[in-house]
Structures are given as structure tokens and as C-alpha cells.
Design a protein around this ligand. Structure first.
Ligand code: FAD
Length: 453
């Protein structure tokens, strides 16, 4: 029986199961929702996006964009579906989340080689090839099982989700449509603040009441710097938000006319809150960078101090959750196989790659390798000069003592043979090298070596 088991139908598990089935290998995909749910998921669909609807920058000379492009060239089901259901988001690849997850669920459920089981797995099967993709909110029982299997304590930190607001409830006489530096079509609603409004908001935010952290979470809490709660940013200093998500640069209100005109000098807002379009119809807007742990009533009170949001209707409040990942440098090969049991593979947030696209990328490799193992072929590692290869090399070889989750970025890619000073040019060269090496690697996959052990 060469059937593969994938545990967890999130971004990584959905991609893994799709690759396995597309390779002609039968696969059972276990997803615990809706029988059991996580603190962050809201639906029973596969590949649910728990927070933002964005997969990051689109351009392939940006780290996220390069990862999209590599996955596109490798036949990723997740990225093909994201491309198909993209919504306007300036320079980012963002999707209509309901349509996106709905379609991936149907693709998997209708695939003749996929058996979709809705139940929680509490033990790691020993007699078959397994891909573990249970994500940052792996159910507690399986977490215990993983602790036994890896012999390790877990590392935990916090992630946080931003509130979502109904578009109609935003005052469009105040908020204006624009993308930063006019990139792409205008896809953000921007709420400008003068100094007095900003300071009033800042003070209210610093004093607002937070939700109680659970004992375990308080003990182990570490903020993930890329996803700091807005109130924590405020507490770091009066201007921290103005240099972060509320920075007032590169956004021009076209109602003022030419922003370079002398009469418009000095009209730059003191701070700007941005809202990103969530759905194709533009009915839902996500507060950019407003992940928060404030009590829900406090969120409404404080966020309605923002000009344009006085009557905001919230469809989802911001939340914060524990995030769990294994110590991959100690445990995994760059093929995403466990060192102690090569028939068990893992991918996604659980292995310490950060973000939706990175999870899909891990799902692609773990799924491809699980299918290869099931067919008697050698598992593969990817060229380190690709963003995917660099990520998997990083998580399997970083210092185990200081291991932290890693999003795609150019800092983990091997340097170019000659130094290129200009950043954009350098990133373009990384992209060219990556896509060329990926093409060569793909060609070299045949004829395939047979596993001899
Ligand atoms: P998931 O997508 O979470 O999938 C894991 C799946 O496994 C889930 O469907 C779960 O129900 C299932 N499962 C768990 N345990 C079991 C079990 N025992 N048996 C069966 N099924 C099980 N990333 C971003 O790129 N952008 C963001 O804005 C963002 N915001 C986040 C906000 C929060 C609150 C959290 C917790 C994470 C956020 N992340 C964000 C990170 C995000 O989780 C990952 O990018 C992505 O979802 C990881 O994909 P995954 O497949 O590893 O995990």
C-alpha cells in the first residue's frame, strides 16, 4: 500500500496532498475542522487564510514575489488558485479568501486519488508515509504526541490578526483611495490624521485594556517582531507607529490635486491608517498592521477615534494566538524528512517557515518527496539559489539554539559571484539566477534514481 497520509488541511497540507495526487499516488488528507476547530480558523474550508488575505509582494524581484513565481513554475495548486481569485491590492498578491479556499476544497474533495477525512489525528501513524502540516495551532493532543516523537520542548510565540471593517461603514469623505507611491491601481483606503488626532489616538491606545493572557501563554509569550500588536508598537514610543504601519509617506489624496503644487505643501497628514481590500466586491477592509490583543469592546472604542472610522462596523475583531513550531535545524533534512524517520515529513508553519506562501512552498516539496518515496524514488533537495531551496536549507541548518521562524527574504540566499551595489538590481539578479537554476533542476529530475535501501 503506497497511500500517503497528510495531516492538516491548511496551506501546506492542501498543496502537499494536491502534489501527491497529481503525481498519481493515492493520499488521505486529514483535517480536523469542523469537528474540532482552532482558535484562529472560522470556516471548515481547506487552506483557510486565518488573518490577512495577502500572499505578499507580487513582483518577482521581491522575496515573496519570487517565491510565487517559483511555485507557479512548479505547478502549485495554491498559487494557481490565488492567481485566479486575486483582488486589487497595489503591489501585493491578495485573494478573495472565501472563493480561494472554497475552490481548493473542491479541487481536493473531487480529486479521484484524494480521500478527505474530517477528523482530528492524535497519533502519528507509523506504518505509512506521513506529511505533518498541522500548522501553528496544532491541536493539543497531537502537540503532546509530537513532543514525544521529537523528544523536545516546543518554542512558542504570539501572532496576531487585524480587525476587518465593512466598507460601507467607512466615511469616504475622509478616507481616500490610494496605493503607496501609486503602485498598481489604488487599492487601499487611507484615513489621514493630523497631529492632534494622532496624539489622542495614541494615548487612548496606550491606556486601552488588553485581553487576559492565559497562564501558559504569559509564561512563554514572545512577540514576533513582524506581527507586533498595535498597542505594543504604541507603547514603544509616541512615534513608533508613524514609522511603521501609520507612516504618512508616499500616499497622496488626489482630491487635493497635484501634491507637488505649492498650495499643497505642508498638507501632508501627520499619520495615515491604511485599510486593505479583503474581497473582490470591496465590501470588507482589513486594518493594515492592526493586529491586536485589546479587548473587543476596547478595540471598537479606540479604533473609532480614527478619522473616517467613527461609525466603523467590525466584521471580525483582532485576536492574538499562540504559535507553535518544532526545532527544525535539529530535526529535519532539507528534503523536509525527519532525520530519525525518513518516512515522516513536515512542512508549513510547524517547521518554522513563516507565512502563507512559504507554507505552500513547503507543502509542495514535502508532497513531492512523499510521492517520490511512495514510488520508490529518491527524495529531492532544492537548489539553494532558489527562494524555496534557501528557505529549506535555512530551517534545516540554522543554529538550533536560536532558531526562529523565517519568512522568505533575500538575506538567506547565497551571495552573487560579483557584488552588485544597487539593491533592486541585486534582487533582480537573484531572481534571474533562481529561475535559471530552477529550470535546470527541473530538467535533471529525469531519469530518476531508485532508492536502494
Ligand atoms: P494552517 O494553515 O494553520 O493549517 C493547519 C491545519 O491543520 C488547520 O486547518 C488545522 O485545522 C489542522 N489541524 C491542526 N491539528 C490537527 C490535527 N491534530 N488533526 C487534523 N488536522 C489538524 N501568515 C501570513 O502569511 N499572513 C498572515 O496575515 C498571518 N496571520 C496569522 C494570524 C494568526 C492568528 C496565526 C495563528 C497565524 C498567522 N499567519 C499568517 C501564519 C499562518 O498560520 C501561516 O502562514 C499559514 O496558515 C501556515 O500554513 P500551515 O499549513 O502551516 O498551517
Amino acid at each position: 500500500n503506497n497511500r500517503v497520509t497528510v495531516i492538516g488541511g491548511g496551506l501546506a497540507g492542501t498543496e502537499a496532498a494536491w502534489q501527491i495526487a497529481q503525481a498519481g499516488v493515492p493520499v488521505t488528507l486529514y483535517e480536523m475542522r469542523p469537528v474540532r476547530t482552532s482558535p484562529a480558523h472560522h470556516t471548515e474550508e481547506l487552506a483557510e487564510l486565518v488573518c490577512s488575505n495577502s500572499f505578499g509582494a507580487k513582483n518577482s524581484d521581491r522575496a515573496a514575489g519570487l517565491l510565487h513565481e517559483e511555485l507557479r513554475r512548479l505547478g502549485s495548486g495554491v498559487i494557481a488558485t490565488a492567481d485566479k481569485h486575486a483582488v486589487l491590492a497595489g503591489g501585493a498578491l491578495a485573494v478573495d479568501r472565501a472563493v480561494f479556499s472554497g475552490e481548493l476544497t473542491r479541487m481536493l474533495a473531487n480529486h479521484p486519488l484524494v480521500e478527505l477525512k474530517r477528523s482530528e489525528v492524535t497519533q502519528i501513524p507509523q506504518d505509512t508515509i506521513v506529511v505533518l502540516t498541522t500548522g501553528p495551532l496544532t491541536s493539543p493532543q497531537l502537540t503532546n504526541e509530537l513532543q514525544k516523537f521529537t523528544g523536545m520542548e516546543y518554542m512558542s510565540f504570539f501572532d496576531a490578526a487585524s480587525p476587518i471593517i465593512v466598507g460601507e461603514s467607512i466615511d469616504k469623505d475622509v478616507a481616500f483611495l490610494a496605493s503607496r507611491y501609486d503602485k498598481g491601481e489604488a487599492a487601499y483606503l487611507n484615513c489621514p490624521m493630523n497631529k492632534e488626532q494622532y496624539l489622542q489616538f495614541y494615548q487612548a491606545l496606550c491606556q486601552a485594556e488588553q485581553a487576559e493572557l492565559k497562564d501558559f501563554e504569559r509564561e512563554t509569550a514572545k512577540f514576533f517582531e513582524g506581527c507586533l500588536p498595535i498597542e505594543e508598537q504604541a507603547r514603544r514610543g509616541e512615534d513608533t507607529m508613524r514609522y511603521g504601519p501609520l507612516k504618512p509617506v508616499g500616499l497622496f489624496d488626489s482630491r487635493l490635486g497635484d501634491f507637488r503644487a505649492p498650495e499643497n505643501q505642508g498638507k501632508r497628514p501627520y499619520a495615515i491608517v491604511q485599510l486593505r481590500q479583503e474581497d473582490k466586491a470591496g465590501q470588507l477592509w482589513n486594518m493594515v498592521g492592526f493586529q491586536t490583543n485589546l479587548r473587543w469592546g476596547e478595540q471598537k472604542r479606540v479604533f473609532r477615534l480614527i478619522p473616517g472610522l467613527e461609525n466603523a462596523e467590525f466584521v471580525r475583531m483582532g485576536v492574538m494566538h499562540r504559535n507553535t513550531f518544532i526545532n527544525s535545524p535539529q530535526l529535519l533534512e532539507p528534503t523536509l524528512q525527519f532525520k530519525t524517520n525518513n518516512n515522516i515529513l513536515a512542512a508549513g508553519q510547524l517547521v518554522g517557515t513563516e507565512g502563507y506562501t512559504a507554507a505552500a512552498a513547503g507543502g509542495w516539496l514535502a508532497g513531492t518527496n512523499a510521492a517520490r518515496l511512495a514510488s520508490g524514488k529518491q527524495p529531492l533537495a532544492m537548489p539553494e539559489t532558489t527562494m524555496m531551496g534557501a528557505l529549506f536549507e535555512f530551517i534545516s541548518s540554522a543554529s538550533p539554539k536560536h532558531f526562529q521562524p523565517m519568512p522568505p527574504n533575500f538575506g538567506i540566499i547565497p551571495s552573487l559571484p560579483t557584488r552588485v551595489k544597487n539593491k533592486r538590481e541585486r534582487y533582480g539578479k537573484y531572481r534571474d539566477r533562481s529561475l535559471a537554476d530552477l529550470a535546470t533542476w527541473k530538467q535533471s529530475l529525469t531519469p530518476e534514481a531508485i532508492v536502494v535501501n
